[in-house]
Write a new protein. Sequence first.
Lengths: 299, 296
Amino acid sequence: MWCSGLHKRYGRRVAVDGVSFTVERGEVLGLLGPNGAGKTTVIKMLLGLVRPDAGEVLLLGRPGRDPRARERVGYLPELFRYQPWLSAAEVLTLHVRLSGARVPAAEQREALALVGLADRAADRVGGFSKGMQQRLGLAVALVARPDLVVLDEPTSALDPLGRADVRDLVLSLRQRGVAVLLNSHLIGEVERVCDRVVILDRGQVAASGTLAELLGRRELRLRLGGVTAAAEARLAATGALARTGEEFTVALPAEDDGVAVPELIADLVALGVRVHSVEPARISLEDRLLGILRHEEQS
Amino acid sequence: MTATLERPAVRTTGVVLTVAGLTLREAGRRRVLWALGALTLILLGLSAWGFAKLASVSVGGAGLTSGEARLAASEVLNLVMFGYSLVAALGTAFLAGPTLSGEIESGMALSLLARPVRRSTVLLGKWLGLVVFGSGFIVLAGLAQFVVVRVAVGYWPPDPVVGLALLAFETAALLTLGLLLSTAISPMASGIVAVGLFGSAWVAGIVGGVGVAINNSSVAAVGTISRVVLPTDGLWRGAMHAIQDPSALRTFGGVEGGAFPFLSAQSLSGAYLGWVVVWILIIGGLAALSFSRRDI
């Protein structure tokens, strides 16, 4: 899946402004961003539900305008609702027919079993709880043997157990070589399953990269006494420096060469600094996300 | 894997039939069928009773002659058939409205339209399902009504097949308009506007009939123009002509009979029927265009 320069305007408000990214086979891409960042609009443009004002989409080798591009795409919308007058099994059969795939009934039942609805196959969807409808939506997204699965907030109505199920499902899809685009505001969820992350803010890509690239930055937290100007300069020479009272935070290079930290401490001691504590830390995706979004706000 | 081997035309037909089947199943399971069935039975029962009474009416101590009875039956039958066409129009307009805009509003359309289907194909499937539903109702209810009249007063319309076909055509025209409206405005509004237009066209038709009767060409033009712009009334008048007793027109004064709401002076021309087909194609094409450009 590939998209480039997607642009969408609703009246005078620009919802999506020049978004480009790709999802490779067997890769899980996380789409992150605050409410109203344009994540769902981007997804809808990928699936031909919303017409982009500009930009191109390529799904599984075909242009997005061609309905056949969606032949092997599964989609769970954020606003999931299925025909209440049909049974769960009938909803799946309907989607299999529309997808043009030939999926035997036994395999359709397996899809329902996979999301824990095996014993509700014959029940009308109208009587389902929100969580069960979302599970059904997952089965709908998976039933026609997709090569690309787009999940828009797939766990919004699920309990912690259901969330763990979705995580396992996404991981098993990746193992089978299926490309997954996951939009979720649950950072922990994204952090656990995604290979790469695209962060959207106000319709633009604020940052993107592999988790290692985005989170690779390590930092060092120090509590120091008697810090002179020379010592502070030495700290700043290592990486970006933040100070609150006696607490110092220094950003470290992504690759650990094994000498940066000991050398820094030795130099600090030589400069007469009293070193109370040294604590290496890794930035969480949440900190990184907040950092990026706040930085955007300031600029 | 096998899916890509299917020829596009075969696949499009498959999608149209799947969506048409879905629409029919919705009508069946949402109890629209039951409600319509119950309404029809009530209407049939009441009309059976009314027609039986009509047969035994006496004017000044003497019963109606068979000619008078036929005349009266034919007139009342037109009135009752108008009731059916109204029920079919209301039913399909209120089914056509929610079916598109309702599904878009609720989000039901999202997962469906993300499938490898063209929106125009989905729309055609919906249209087909609704046409089968609406015409099925008109044909069954209309036939049952003809049988009731036949049993009660011994009257059988001169051209029942043409009459029912034109009523089914009328339903198809109105629901096509309903679909177009529902691609652009909210479900409730589209139903109301479709029924409102249907009613106005009917009234305009009567105004036009009065114009013909009083020989005022500009008033007569009201009916003609409205029949071209929205052909439901034209089709209804054609259907009435096929259902009513031919002697009714002579009795009520030839062409001037057009002023009566339940009497039609002329059968429909081939050119007019051709125009209705073109009209449905235009409105359906506009609906497909508006639906495929819409952001879901």
